[in-house]
Design a binder for this molecule. Sequence first.
Ligand code: 5GP
Length: 176
Amino acid sequence: MPIKVHDKTFDIYLSEAEIQQRVKEIAETINKEYQGKRPLIIAILNGSFMFAADLFKHLTIDTEISFIKLASYKGMKSTGNVVTSIGLDAELYGKDVIIIEDIVDTGKTLYNFLPKLKDHHPASLKIAALLHKPEATKFPLTLDYVGFSIPDKFVIGYGLDYDGRGRNLKEIYQVV
Ligand code: 5GP
């Protein structure tokens, strides 16, 4: 069933079960790769809050989580300006950091932000993105964990919004 949000129509693209299964698989990989370590998860707000929470629940290793806020989007268009509005208060020095992002589109947000994180000298730095739009990505980024590679179409749901709406959807919807 298509849904309407503001002026746009969206069709279901990923079901709740598909998302939950993939999130669990990523958590299991992280559990294996970080055995004996204590990674610091840094979730980038707002969009990644559901992904981060579900992923975090499946982590069985000793771990911590912290949240930061960046923004480069308004409506359906990237403004290109990355703004940090909630700063980094966790100590990163010597830590194994895993960044949790909802979606990598052009890659600009993370590409601009990574050097700021690297300045804190974490022991290691990896990126987990629930969604990746490879056709749209223009900035060189290595994504260590990717939930789904998707076409270059605007999506909402599971934490992702269209002008503030749609975040509460359990599924991911694609604009028609
Ligand atoms: P990038 O800097 O990679 O171009 O964009 C990253 C940010 O833009 C994401 O964290 C997300 O907030 C937003 N974004 C990119 N593509 C989409 C999309 O299809 N839907 C929604 N809701 N947000 C998106």
